[in-house]
Design a protein around this ligand. Structure first.
Ligand SMILES: *[C@@H]1O[C@H](CO)[C@@H](O)[C@H](O)[C@H]1NC(C)=O
Ligand SMILES: *[C@@H]1O[C@H](CO)[C@@H](O)[C@H](O)[C@H]1NC(C)=O
Ligand SMILES: *[C@@H]1O[C@H](CO)[C@@H](O)[C@H](O)[C@H]1NC(C)=O
Ligand SMILES: *[C@@H]1O[C@H](CO)[C@@H](O)[C@H](O)[C@H]1NC(C)=O
Ligand SMILES: *[C@@H]1O[C@H](CO)[C@@H](O)[C@H](O)[C@H]1NC(C)=O
Ligand SMILES: *[C@@H]1O[C@H](CO)[C@@H](O)[C@H](O)[C@H]1NC(C)=O
Ligand SMILES: *[C@@H]1O[C@H](CO)[C@@H](O)[C@H](O)[C@H]1NC(C)=O
Ligand SMILES: *[C@@H]1O[C@H](CO)[C@@H](O)[C@H](O)[C@H]1NC(C)=O
Length: 730
């Protein structure tokens, strides 16, 4: 149940005069409101605490008249689905809850970097961007790059969130639950074992696919897609005919001269190098392909993981180390997808087969939902019904809303029961198996497309409404009383609400002159609301001969609950606006009249609360965050994506590339432990830990490396800036 319950105390749209008690409070408050001189600010400012407190002038205490169920997992399920394969939403909400079948088109290029001249054993990793493969494996003295191309559609299984983040608490929960039935896996003496665990996961997932007859060499599901800074895939079998090696290069570049070698460089000056003229046609013929890979032996002993470029030091003579780190980062930004910057593309080379999406946010997984609800009742001041009690006596409303908007960030799956983990695994086996059949039970609806359409139509729209309502909040009393001015504001606002209602509203006949006709209990409201709530899903019903499978039924539920939540607020506000317009403004203007708009102001405040709480309930936090200007040609909008965090004082650049203070540096000679290489040994600046109850919820971080959590990273995430190469690479 989404935002469907409203308190009976709520002032009906048609009963403005009944709101006098509240109005007198607001009257006082409005009187001290400052003039609307403040420039327009993004939602962030409504929510995050940089501007003078208007919210504290809003109902400071007590619960809201709007009743959103903040314990419902429907908006989270929805947000998880729309964010699939998009870097930005999955960076803001790194703890994935969903598992989706996917497909890669024929002739897609895949890149594998490694530190020897061998062909990769299986399983191993490929990147969709060459910059990512080179970013990890480039600038060593024996760096090799293998390029593959798919020869036919390749099916894959995608774990959402920052699911390839090696440090953290929660990003790998879905994979761990799939493999072990718990998030910590086999006992390891609380020691983080670097890539050892990564190979165990890769092998485990590929074995599972094979054992359950979901895929094998050349058929079915052949890889596992994940994300950190960019998207990658675990390829289960490199000898599969679905992949063809198209080049295999030693990409080790000549070192820059050592300081003392300056003399020798000068000796082979540029003018001595004779560049032969390229012969016409040279290079226009096909190059010979390397032999097909036949090797598919299994990984036995993990190689040492290389350090990310921005963590390395002692590599001053590698010519491309800096550009490689920046290249990796910028290639990831190309897949940001939907954000406060607008609806850009995500990782388009992978397509979600949306008919088979599974998620721990499905109501089928009560143990996760119940655990989140229990924690959040305390940390977010919710009732046992999931309603927000308000920010409390000493809390600010704006901060409370900020926490609510970001609440999904703290969700982990540590409390999922073994039974639920087994249910998920079996459900995924059934769903993926069905997709391999010749006629899978799918409606054909593109759920990724539909959910993204809803986000794109509404995220900016709701933000604009909030801004417009804030403007009203800030009007001085002389303007509030000026009929001409208020009418102009109302006209602008009505334009907006009308735009939303357009596909759903039929105006009632003019003869019916009762304000009641616009109220929540009216037939008009019910009909308009139903058209809105089921706008996207009306045909998906047995009455139309459509019988959905289990996954699509849940998707339909999430869309109806989430869009229904938007409809509930927007139809309420929209009809209320019509009512106000009809009764107060739809008559010849009289601008000499001083009007008592106090009742109206209270109603407008109610609208504003509705919009702000709706935004918080939806939780599309990343959609309301962006760089505040268009970045210059040599800049990109930066958010910390593991392992590409900002350079901090004393590390990341110049002499001493390396991890920040307090972190094990790169191995000194003789200290290297070949099995547990040092970069993964100590506490690391992981992805900023999701905020949440102090110490984390039950289950958080069990058996994980410490040190996950860095206030700086968290700040940078919510206030991204345009960054140049120095920002990351020093
Ligand atoms: C809110 O959602 C939770 C979780 O689904 C549910 O247990 C609770 O009953 C809901 N509250 C209302 C008022 O429906
Ligand atoms: C790759 O190239 C580098 C630099 O030329 C060289 O030192 C290295 O031995 C080469 N690796 C192999 C396996 O040939
Ligand atoms: C998690 O699962 C593994 C493998 O099934 C088991 O060995 C381990 O004891 C479990 N850990 C916990 C904390 O239950
Ligand atoms: C909950 O109440 C506390 C104490 O008043 C306040 O500091 C906090 O911001 C509130 N949280 C939310 C989400 O309202
Ligand atoms: C609010 O602040 C006052 C004074 O600082 C304090 O006495 C009171 O305990 C606080 N209330 C809550 C709920 O934190
Ligand atoms: C009311 O506002 C209008 C337009 O902003 C302005 O022209 C008019 O002078 C104002 N009237 C009064 C009485 O302030
Ligand atoms: C699809 O699956 C649902 C649920 O299992 C079932 O009721 C329906 O008949 C199936 N539809 C088709 C076309 O097989
Ligand atoms: C305009 O307002 C004045 C002052 O309140 C009033 O006397 C006059 O009748 C009004 N005219 C109209 C057309 O409403």
């Amino acid at each position: 149940m989404a935002a469907r319950r409203f308190s009976r105390l709520r002032l009906g749209a048609g009963s403005l005069s009944g709101s006098m008690l509240l109005c007198s409070i607001f009257m006082t408050l409005v009187a001290v409101a400052v003039a609307a001189t403040e420039q327009q600010r993004p939602l962030e400012d409504h929510l995050s605490g940089t501007v003078a407190d208007h919210e504290s002038e809003l109902v400071a205490e007590g619960s809201s008249t709007w009743k959103f169920n903040f314990s419902s997992s429907a908006p989270h399920y929805f947000a998880s689905v729309y964010g699939l394969l998009q870097q930005w939403p999955n960076t803001f909400f790194p703890n994935g809850h969903s598992i989706a079948p996917c497909e890669i088109a024929p002739f897609t290029k895949l890149y594998h970097g490694r530190l020897d001249a061998d062909e990769p054993p299986s399983p191993e990793w490929v990147a969709f961007d060459v910059e990512m493969a080179y970013g990890i494996m480039g600038s060593f003295r024996n760096s090799h790059l293998l390029t593959y191309q798919t020869t036919r559609p390749m099916k894959c299984i995608y774990f959402d969130g920052e699911s390839a983040t090696l440090m953290g608490s929660g990003q790998m929960d879905t994979q761990m639950l799939h493999l072990y039935g718990n998030v910590s896996g086999p006992p390891n003496g609380d020691r983080f074992r670097g890539l050892f665990d990564e190979y165990a996961r890769a092998t485990g997932l590929c074995d599972w696919i094979r054992e359950k007859k979901l895929g094998g060499s050349g058929w079915g599901f052949e890889g596992v897609v994940r994300m950190n800074a960019g998207f990658e895939m675990i390829v289960c079998d490199f000898s599969s005919p679905t992949l063809r090696l198209i080049s295999h290069l030693n990409v080790t570049a000549p070192l820059l001269p050592a300081e003392e070698d300056e003399q020798s460089t000068r000796e082979m000056g540029v003018d001595e190098v004779v560049m032969p003229l390229a012969k016409r046609d040279e290079g226009s013929s096909y190059y010979p392909l390397p032999p097909s890979q036949t090797r598919s032996d299994r990984v036995t002993n993990p190689t040492n993981p290389p350090m990310p470029p921005n963590w390395r030091r002692d590599r001053e003579r590698e010519p491309f180390l800096r550009s490689q780190g920046w290249g990796w980062f910028t290639s990831a930004t190309e897949h940001y997808g939907s954000s406060g910057l607008g609806p850009h593309v995500g990782e388009t080379r992978v397509k979600v087969l949306s008919c088979g999406i599974l998620s721990y946010y499905s109501p089928a997984f009560r143990s996760a939902e119940a655990a989140h609800a229990k924690i959040e009742q305390k940390s977010l001041n919710l009732t046992s019904d999931g309603f927000w009690k308000g920010p409390g006596a000493n809390g600010s409303k704006r901060e409370g809303l900020t926490h609510l908007t970001r609440r999904r960030r703290a969700h982990t799956l540590g409390d999922v029961s073994v039974e639920d983990a087994i249910t998920m695994r079996e459900a995924s086996e059934a769903a993926f198996y069905e997709l391999l059949s010749s006629s899978p039970n799918c409606s054909g609806l593109d759920w990724s497309g539909m959910t993204n359409e809803i986000v794109q139509r509404n995220s900016g729209y709701l933000d604009r409404l909030a801004q417009l309502l804030k403007k009203h909040e800030e009007l001085p009393v002389t303007i509030i009383k000026n009929q001409t001015a208020i009418q102009a504001w109302m006209k602008t606002f009505r334009d907006q609400t009308h735009a939303f209602l357009l596909p759903y509203l039929e105006y009632p006949s003019a003869s019916k002159q009762s304000e009641e006709k616009w109220s929540r209990s009216s037939e008009l409201f019910k009909a308009t609301y139903a058209r809105c709530r089921f706008h996207h899903t009306r045909l998906l019903d047995p009455d139309q001969g459509i019988f959905l499978g289990a996954q699509e039924k849940t998707l339909k539920w999430a869309v109806e609950e989430t869009y229904g939540g938007i409809c509930d607020v927007m139809v309420d506000i929209g009809l209320s606006v019509e009512s106000v317009w009809e009764s107060k403004f739809n008559s010849p203007l009289n601008d000499t009249r001083e009007v008592d708009n106090v009742g109206l102001s209270a109603e407008i405040t109610r609208w504003r609360e509705g919009v702000l709480e709706l935004m918080a309930w939806l939780g599309w936090a990343g959609e309301w965050v962006s760089c505040d200007k268009k970045c210059a040609w040599d800049e990109k909008c930066f958010i910390p994506m593991w392992p590409l965090m900002a350079r901090r004082e004393g590390w990341g650049g110049g002499p001493g590339h390396g991890p920040p203070p307090g972190v094990d540096g790169p191995p000194e000679k003789g200290r290297e432990d070949p099995q547990y290489p040092s970069p993964y040994r100590g506490p690391y600046p992981g992805f900023g830990r999701p905020y949440g109850p102090p110490g984390g919820g039950p289950g958080r971080g069990r058996g994980r490396p410490p040190g996950f959590g860095n206030g700086e990273d968290e700040k940078e995430l919510w206030a991204p800036v345009c960054a140049k190469i120095e920002y990351i690479m020093g």
